[in-house]
Structures are given as C-alpha cells and as structure tokens.
Design a protein around this ligand. Structure first.
Ligand SMILES: Cc1ncc(COP(=O)(O)O)c(C=O)c1O
Length: 403
C-alpha cells in the first residue's frame, strides 16, 4: 500500500487547514473556509495527473463506480459485461444500479479479454465494466474496436490502476466514464475516497448531482438550489479530500520507485525456468503497484504459496482463494442474496451464475500470485526478499535459475 507509506507533513498540513476552519463540507460556507477547497484541489490534482477534462471526488471507489454507471446512463435491465476477477464492488455497483451482470473471460492481462467480451455480447448488451487489475491495464486497442463496432458504453473501473496508462492515455479515460479508488490500500489514499473521471461534460454534471441528492451546485445558497435529477449522498468530506490531494501529488514519485523495483524483481525472478508474468499491454504505462507472477499451473502456484508461507515470505496475494477478488468465493452473489429485492430479482439473471464456464479465468487466476510493491523498501531489503522468493520458486518448480 504505497500511498500510506509516504504519509507525512504534506498530508498533515492539508488536514490542518481544514481543522483550522472546521468546514468539513465540500460545498458553500465561502466566508468561513479561509479559501480552502480541498475536494476541488483533490479533483484538480487528479485532472493534472491523468489529463481528464472532468474529475469528481466522492466518498469511496465503490461510490465512484456507482457514479460512473449512473452518469453514463446505465440502469435497470441493462446487461453489463463484467469480469470474474475484480474487487467485488464493480459487480455490486452493476447490481445496485439495476443492471444485469454478464460474466466474461479474462486473459493473462488480468483484465477482460477482447475474445471474452465478444463471446459475451448479446442483443441486450448495453455496457462493458472494464476493470484494470493489479496496477496494469487492459488490451485497449482491441477492446475499443469492439466498443465502437457494437456501439456499447464503456465504463472503466480503474480502482486499482490510478496512474496507469495505455499508449499515453490514462486508464479511466477510454470510456464514457471511469473511476479510481483512494482507499487505504491504493497507490494514493484519501483514507477513504474515490474519483470519477470523464471527458464528457454531461456525464460530469450527472455525477456531480447524483452524488449529492441531485443538487446542481449553482449559486451559494444550498437551500435554494435546483435538482435536475434524483441523487443520493456519496459526498467526500474535506478532511478526506485534503489527504487525497497531498497523496496524489506524490504519485509520480511513488510510481517511479514502483517501476524501478518491479523491473528488478522481473529481471531476477524471470531467470527461474517456468516463471512468467502477467501480460502488460503497455509496459511503459504500468503503475507497477503489483508484481504479477504466473506459475505454470494452479497446483504449482498453490505449492509456491505454501512455500512462501513456510519461509516467512509475506506481502503477496493468491487471489484464487481470496474472498473478495475472484468469483469462486462469491456464493452470496451467485445466489443473489440481498437485504432487499433488486431489479435482477424481478427481471431474472442473464446467466446461471452457479454454473458459469470460465475456464480461461480459472486457469489464469489459479496461476497468479501478486506481490504488492512497497516504495519504502530499502535496497538490501528488496534484494533479500527477491532471494527468498527465488529460492521458494526454484523449490516449487524443482529447477535452478539461469545466472
Ligand atoms: C477494482 C476496484 N474497484 C473498486 C474498488 C472499491 O474501492 P473502495 O474500497 O474505495 O470502495 C476497489 C477496491 O479495492 C477495487 O480494487
């Protein structure tokens, strides 16, 4: 979780500004706030880094996904293609907007594959919820061709890929709307927070109103504002936005260190016969928050995980058995267990979620072990870690690394 590793005086100063005025609300109170507008600053920083025309900060990455869907006009009864490997929030957001998730295959890019998307398209497909996983990015050229060919709405959940880009365009900005998470674990944190981005003015206006009970935010008398649409409260507080702004300024520095460390890990661990890495469609645009190892098969990956645990190696995720990130563990979702009925209960699920056939996703996630890259590693610490990982990999694979 690199963002929090560099938490320091810059974040404290931004928070102190807010504490000094006690204006925790992002709107209005112009006279009392001593010209501090932290949510706006946070949004400006995100725009500066990504090149987005519009950015709208909200309370979490999850509510940013909800805004991205609503702002792009995705709702009741719309079929939305989703990946089986993601943080579950991407799928929950589709269900809660009234949409019908259709699961499609991922590939070695760890994201929905063009082939998987094509197979999942039906006459009812309205949108693709493309999730850029593990700090990397999807195969955008081919996916954009499908989007255009089938006139689909692309929504990008770049919750894990803030600061990643593909051929110069930042993740989140290929589709109609996109979003980032700034929770505690991300490359930049707001403690809790999220940002929706778009280049479409109407989508931005929709998100701005949707996330605050429909307010149009025109004028400085909140009680007299108009409400072009019905919304809800997904607002970010000024305290959280203050942290997010300071952290976002540090992202280029964090990303540079991440990339250096990831390169070194790939060079050294790639010498072990049988070890490969997730496909990065544009290596120059990797945010490098994760080193994504691919073992030859699931059995070897499980053996490797056991050896890592035995040898005291931490800081990795084996997503295949992780409760939040892979469909195999989502029994509550597959059985549509909810506190109250949703549109999908009335309309019917578009797939038999308990009997999905996603062999490629099973194979890829079964083989995948991801190490979180820490920008606070000391050089010797990293060398030691690489040595230990290498030894475990060699044992699991029964091989010796090429020098
Ligand atoms: C891909 C993805 N989408 C959405 C989210 C949700 O973000 P948050 O935890 O800020 O609600 C996450 C969080 O891990 C994520 O990884």
């Amino acid at each position: 979780m690199p963002g929090i590793e560099l938490f320091g005086p810059e974040e404290k100063k931004e928070v102190q500004d807010v504490l000094d005025t006690s204006i925790f609300f992002r709107y209005n109170h112009d006279a009392q706030r001593n010209n501090h507008w932290k949510a706006r600053d946070f949004e400006s920083e995100v725009k500066k880094l990504t090149g987005a025309k519009y950015a709208h900060a909200v309370s979490s990455g999850s509510t940013a996904v909800a805004c991205a869907l609503a702002a792009a006009g995705i709702g009741a009864g719309d079929e939305v293609i989703v990946p089986p490997f993601t943080y579950i929030a991407s799928v929950e957001a589709v269900l809660f907007c009234g949409g019908l998730p259709v699961f499609a295959e991922i590939d070695e890019s760890l994201c929905l594959s063009p082939e998987g998307i094509r197979k999942a398209i039906t006459p009812k497909t309205k949108a693709i919820m493309l999730v850029h996983m593990c700090g990397q990015m999807a195969r955008m050229d081919e996916i954009m061709n499908i989007v255009r060919e089938h006139n689909l709405t692309l929504i990008e959940d770049a919750g894990q890929a803030f600061a990643a880009s593909y051929k110069g365009t930042y993740t989140g900005l290929f589709g109609k709307t996109g979003c980032y998470s700034f929770d505690f674990f991300k490359i930049a944190t707001a403690a809790e927070g999220g940002v929706m981005v778009t280049n479409d003015e109407q989508c931005y206006k929709n998100a701005d109103s949707y996330s605050d009970h429909g307010h149009d935010h025109i004028g400085n008398n909140r009680g007299m504002e108009n409400h072009p649409i019905i919304g809800f409260n997904y607002r970010i507080s000024e305290l959280h936005a203050a942290v997010g702004a300071a952290q976002t300024r540090k992202v280029p520095q964090i990303r540079e260190i991440n990339r250096k460390y990831k390169k070194r890990m790939m060079e050294q661990l790639g010498q072990v016969p049988g070890v490969s890495f997730a496909h990065i469609p544009d290596p120059a645009g990797d945010s490098a928050t994760f080193l994504n190892l691919l073992l030859p098969d699931t059995a070897t990956a499980k053996k490797t995980v056991d050896l890592f645990n035995q040898n005291g190696i931490g800081g990795f995720n084996y997503w295949f058995i992780n409760m939040y990130h892979f469909i195999n563990q989502w029994d509550h979702l597959k059985n549509l267990k909810t506190a109250a009925p949703l549109p999908i209960h009335l309309l019917g699920a578009p797939q038999d979620y308990n009997n999905l056939q996603l062999p490629k996703s099973q194979e890829v996630v079964g083989r995948l072990i991801s190490f979180g890259i820490r920008c606070s590693w000391k050089e010797e610490e990293l060398e030691q870690l690489i040595g230990k990982i290498k030894a475990s990999l060699e044992k699991a694979l029964g091989v010796h690394a090429h020098a």
